[in-house]
Design a protein around this ligand. Structure first.
Ligand code: GRG
Length: 298
């Protein structure tokens, strides 16, 4: 892979193909005996998606010189958690969305009860896939499970989702909105980078730098998502068509204006790029991913 000549989608196509193949095999109908559950799980994971979180795992691992196969279980696990969160987030009791990635949401294509169970099963498999990994030692498995459960559970994504629901129809302060998004979106993005560091058995100094990088890009990702919701018709079509009018949420553009939100995202990306200076090499893939966050159009 060369960075100078390729757009970001091409650069990271290898990583995306790799995780797609692993997920396809892992979710093979032979491994999941209930046909309807298997179909709903495969539908929710294998139909599109940028694979941004697995790409972060691989890019971090490769930056630190670890073979990609050592990153596979973590790359799969973060995507499984992400997929579960989207299935549950789309449910009538939450965001009540009809479309996801341009297709009917899982509860529309199947039914809400099946979507709940598919999400539950995807979440369980994320931890299963780390604990059974042949490429990780016991310490890596244990730390990986700790990192992922913290990021996705009541100290991370689930708490963020709860705060998000509680904040509907309210004007939040910027501090509160950032705290909410650090949990809801940022925690899993941060964990993806740190899991790449764990696969590479990175030093505490390197993990610290990765943490600063990852926390900054996690928040910038959400700010850009809010910006895209305002400026891009396709983003709106993909995510908000079925959303209930009552589910109006605070966003960065609302609080800071479009220009202010863009500036905040760029500031965070600069902070992330600066943190990478502490790594043992120039980390071109991680730099490219940070820039991609504020340049992406979907
Ligand atoms: C249900 C516990 C629970 C949590 C849900 C992440 C989340 C929490 C909800 C998603 C709501 C949302 C659209 C947030 C904006 C940022 C975000 C996570 C966008 C979707 O991620 P992408 O852009 O999606 O990586 P793809 O489709 O590319 O995988």
């Amino acid at each position: 892979m060369t960075l100078s000549s390729s757009p970001i989608d091409t650069i990271f196509a290898d990583y995306r193909d790799r995780v797609n193949q692993s997920l396809d095999a892992y979710l093979s109908p032979e491994n999941i005996t209930n046909e309807r559950l298997s179909a709903a799980m495969r539908y929710s994971v294998l139909q599109g998606g940028k694979r941004f979180r697995p790409v972060l795992v691989y890019a971090t691992g490769e930056t630190l010189g670890v073979p990609l196969h050592a990153c596979d279980p973590f790359a799969m696990a973060v995507e499984l958690i992400h997929a579960y969160s989207l299935v549950h987030d789309d449910l009538p009791a939450m965001d009540n969305d009809d479309l996801r990635r341009g297709q009917p949401t899982c509860h529309k294509a199947f039914d809400p009860a099946t979507a709940i169970l598919a999400g539950d099963a995807l979440q369980t498999l994320a931890f299963h896939c780390i604990s059974y990994a042949k490429t990780l030692d016991l310490t890596q498995k244990n730390k990986g499970i700790q990192l992922l459960s913290q990021a996705s559970g009541p100290a991370g994504m689930v708490a963020g989702q709860m705060l998000d629901m509680q904040s509907e129809q309210q004007t939040l302060s910027l501090d509160k909105l950032e705290g909410l998004h650090q949990c809801k979106t940022g925690a899993l993005i941060r964990a993806s980078v740190l899991l790449g560091g764990l696969a590479a058995q990175a030093s505490p100094k390197t993990l610290n730098a990765l943490d600063t990088y990852a926390s900054a890009i996690g928040l910038a990702f959400q700010i850009q998502d809010d910006i895209l919701d305002v400026v891009s018709d396709t983003s709106t079509l993909g995510k908000r068509v079925g959303a209930d009018a009552a589910h109006q949420k605070a966003t960065y553009p609302q609080l800071l204006g479009l220009q202010g939100a863009r500036q905040r995202a760029q500031h965070l990306i600069n902070e992330a790029l600066q943190a990478l200076e502490l790594l043992p090499n120039e980390a071109p893939y991680l730099r490219a991913l940070a820039r991609y966050i504020v340049e992406r159009l979907h």
